[in-house]
Design a protein around this ligand. Structure first.
Ligand code: SF4
Length: 205
């Protein structure tokens, strides 16, 4: 079995017990689907957002609404095919009214699913999208996304994940509200792509 097929099998085994998860409050607050994530199980680059929105909840897929369409478009412009990366969120169930996930929700879901996804996929680079994703991943309340975005963090994870580089950037939903800053998100995506795939990524992906 090749590594990608093996990792796909491990991800399926990880998800199976949580198809109808109620391990945190979000399981009982009106979600339609548990949105585990999608993409290349052997990806070198992984994206982590905050949580599913209405479109994602309805379709059971991450980043398929307006924010996701913008992300997909910017990834293509940066030379990355969406199918070559893995995309997920800190919490897998939609928070009501798109509120931010509570710490109990982020921490529970992260331990059950996200950290295990990271262990299976073992990307070279993780790009967090927005302050909630960064805060949830690092378990810190006081992250300043404007100060931290675009900076490579090499000490985010403990062994054996300590080789993974973390690159925070803005959430595409923020760019939809502030289109003049689209170039900043694009620059960060290019940086993440170069870190993961090298300069000649269009030939590597
Ligand atoms: S957000 Fe995660 S932990 Fe909470 S119910 Fe959904 S899958 Fe379970």
């Amino acid at each position: 079995m090749n590594p990608k097929t093996y990792k796909e099998k491990l991800l399926q085994e990880l998800y199976a017990p949580y198809q109808n998860c109620h391990r945190c409050p979000l399981g009982s607050l009106g979600r339609t689907n548990v949105v585990f994530g999608e993409g290349n199980a052997d990806a070198r680059l992984m994206f982590i957002g905050e949580g599913p929105g209405a479109d994602e909840d309805a379709q059971g897929r991450p980043f398929v609404g307006r924010s996701g369409q913008l992300l997909t478009k910017l990834l293509l412009l940066a030379g990355i095919n969406r199918a070559d990366v893995f995309i997920t969120n800190i919490v897998k169930c939609r928070p009501p009214n798109n509120r931010k996930p509570l710490p109990i929700e982020s921490n529970t879901c992260k331990k059950l699913l996200l950290l295990n996804q990271i262990k299976i996929i073992r990307p070279d680079v993780i790009c967090t999208l927005g302050s909630s994703a960064l805060s949830g991943l690092l378990n810190k309340d006081d992250v300043k996304i404007t100060a931290m975005r675009g900076k490579i963090i090499t000490s985010a994870f403990e062994s054996p994940l300590n080789t993974i580089k973390l690159l925070p950037t803005y959430h595409p939903a923020y760019i939809l509200r502030n289109p003049k800053e689209a170039n900043i998100l694009f620059d960060d995506l290019q940086k993440a792509a170069t870190l993961a795939f090298g300069e000649k990524r269009s030939q590597n992906t």
